[in-house]
Design a protein around this ligand. Structure first.
Ligand code: GCU
Length: 407
C-alpha cells in the first residue's frame, strides 16, 4: 500500500522534461552586444542591421525594386462564381529586357463597400491548378515533374483545377477578401543553378530562390497597388511550406504587407535554425542548395554561430500581425520550435507597443491564438487546405478588421 502511494507520488512529482533546446538570441541585442534602448533605435539602427544580416548570411540580397513595372490586365471575367466575383488575369512585367513576366490571377468580390483587402500568395503548380476555370492561362515556365498534369517539365491542361483545395476561392470571396496568386516558377523555377527565372537578369546578386520568391511577392504588391479594386493597405501575404518561407521573408522585408501568414514554413522560415527537431540547416542546404545563399552553408555544422535566429526575422514584421500555422503530424516543420520562435519575437512587438502572443504554452489543437503574434495547430498532415483558410480568415478579420466593417 505504502509502496503504491510512493509510486503514485513519484508519478505526480516527476519533473517536467528539461527543455534541451538552445535559447534563441534576443532580437533587441545589437551586434555590438548592447540592447536597443527604444523604438527609435529599433527602427533606425537594429531593424536595418538585422535585415542586412539576414541578407548577408542567409537569404542573399535581392535587387532594388524595378522602376519600370507594368501590370497589364489581359482578361477580365466580371461574372465569376455566378457573378459573386471578378476574375482578372494580370501580366506583371518588369526589370531588364527578357525578364519573364509574372502571371497573376486576381479574384475580387463584387459585393463590397470599397476596395477589397487581399490575400497574396505564390502557388506551386500554376494558376490553372488553383481554380477550375477552363480559361485561366497555363504557365509556360519550367515546372517540377511532380506537379499535377506536368509533361516534360511544362504545365498541361491535365493540371486544371487540381489544387482547388489549396485555394478555397469561394470561401475567401464570401468572407469579403480578394485573392492574388501566381506560379512561383514565373519568378524562380524551383531547381538548382539559378539559370532561369529572374536570376540571370540580375547578375551580381548572391540571392537564393526563397529571396527571389519573396521579391516576386513584392512585385505582386506593386501591381496590386495599381488596381483600384484592391485595398493595398490591407494585403495579407500567405504561403505554404517553402512558399511560406518566402511569405515570411516578404513580410519581414516589405512593410506593405499588413499581415503575414507563413503556413507550415519550418526550417529556413518559421522554425528555429538552432532547433533539434525536424529539418536541420545542414539538411535543407544539402537537398535544396539553391534556396539560400552560399554564406548560409557555412553554418551547416553549427547553426548556433548564426548572429540571429528566425525569431529575429519574425521581429522584423513588428508591429504587424503575424500568424504561424501548423499541423500536428508535420513534425518536419517543428511546430513546437515555431511556438518558441514567436515567443522569442515578443520583445520587438512589446517595444513597438503591438502586443504579443497571448499564450504561455502551445494551445490545444484547433484553437486559434489570434493576438498580434498568432499561433494555431490543427490535426493532420503537411498541406494547405480549407480548414487552414478558416484560421487565416479569422486571423485577418481580427487583426485587419472585417472587410466592410468599421474597426
Ligand atoms: C521539403 C523541405 C521543407 C519544405 C517542404 C515544402 O520537405 O524539406 O523545408 O518546407 O519541402 O516546401 O513542402
Amino acid at each position: 500500500m505504502l509502496a503504491q502511494a510512493c509510486f503514485a507520488l513519484a508519478l505526480i512529482a516527476a519533473p517536467a522534461p528539461a527543455d534541451t533546446e538552445a535559447p534563441l538570441p534576443d532580437p533587441l541585442v545589437k551586434l555590438d552586444g548592447r540592447r536597443v534602448a527604444d523604438r527609435d533605435e529599433w527602427v533606425k539602427v537594429r531593424r536595418p542591421e538585422l535585415k542586412r544580416l539576414f541578407e548577408e548570411r542567409m537569404y542573399g540580397k535581392a535587387p532594388d525594386a524595378p522602376d519600370n513595372l507594368k501590370a497589364a490586365v489581359i482578361r477580365v471575367d466580371r461574372e465569376y462564381l455566378g457573378g459573386k466575383a471578378t476574375l482578372k488575369e494580370v501580366s506583371i512585367s518588369y526589370g531588364p529586357a527578357g525578364t519573364p513576366p509574372i502571371g497573376m490571377l486576381l479574384i475580387i468580390p463584387n459585393h463590397r463597400k470599397g476596395p477589397a483587402p487581399a490575400f497574396v500568395g505564390l502557388n506551386f503548380a500554376g494558376n490553372h491548378c488553383a481554380v477550375a476555370d477552363p480559361k485561366v492561362a497555363l504557365p509556360t515556365t519550367w515546372m517540377p515533374a511532380s506537379s499535377p498534369g506536368v509533361k516534360d517539365n511544362r504545365a498541361t491542361e491535365a493540371g486544371r483545377g487540381k489544387q482547388v483545395d489549396t485555394w478555397p476561392v469561394e470561401t475567401i470571396i464570401d468572407r469579403g477578401y480578394a485573392l492574388a496568386t501566381a506560379y512561383c516558377g514565373d519568378i524562380a523555377p524551383d531547381h538548382p543553378g539559378h539559370a532561369d527565372g529572374v536570376h540571370p537578369h540580375y547578375p551580381g546578386h548572391d540571392w537564393g530562390t526563397v529571396a527571389a520568391w519573396a521579391w516576386g511577392l513584392s512585385r505582386m504588391a506593386d501591381a496590386l497597388a495599381l488596381d483600384p479594386d484592391v485595398d493595398s493597405s490591407k494585403l495579407a501575404v500567405v504561403g505554404h511550406s517553402r512558399l511560406g518561407k518566402a511569405a515570411l521573408v516578404a513580410g519581414a522585408f516589405d512593410p506593405r504587407f499588413a499581415a503575414v501568414i507563413p503556413h507550415q514554413a519550418g526550417c529556413g522560415g518559421t522554425a528555429p535554425s538552432r532547433g533539434t527537431v525536424g529539418e536541420s540547416v545542414k539538411r535543407i542546404n544539402t537537398v535544396f542548395p539553391h534556396w539560400f545563399n552560399d554564406a548560409f552553408k557555412t553554418y551547416n555544422d553549427d547553426p548556433s554561430r548564426l548572429p540571429f535566429d528566425q525569431n529575429a526575422l519574425a521581429a522584423l514584421v513588428a508591429p504587424r500581425p503575424l500568424l504561424f500555422s501548423n499541423a500536428v503530424e508535420d513534425t518536419w516543420a517543428n511546430p513546437e520550435g515555431q511556438f518558441r520562435v514567436l515567443k522569442a519575437a515578443e520583445p520587438a512587438y512589446a517595444l513597438m507597443g503591438a502586443g504579443g502572443l497571448n499564450a504561455a504554452s502551445m494551445p490545444e489543437v484547433n484553437h486559434l491564438v489570434d493576438s498580434t503574434l498568432g499561433y494555431v495547430i490543427r490535426p493532420g498532415k503537411h498541406s494547405m487546405s480549407p480548414p487552414d483558410w478558416v484560421f487565416f480568415l479569422d486571423f485577418a478579420d481580427r487583426n485587419l478588421g472585417k472587410p466592410g466593417a468599421a474597426r
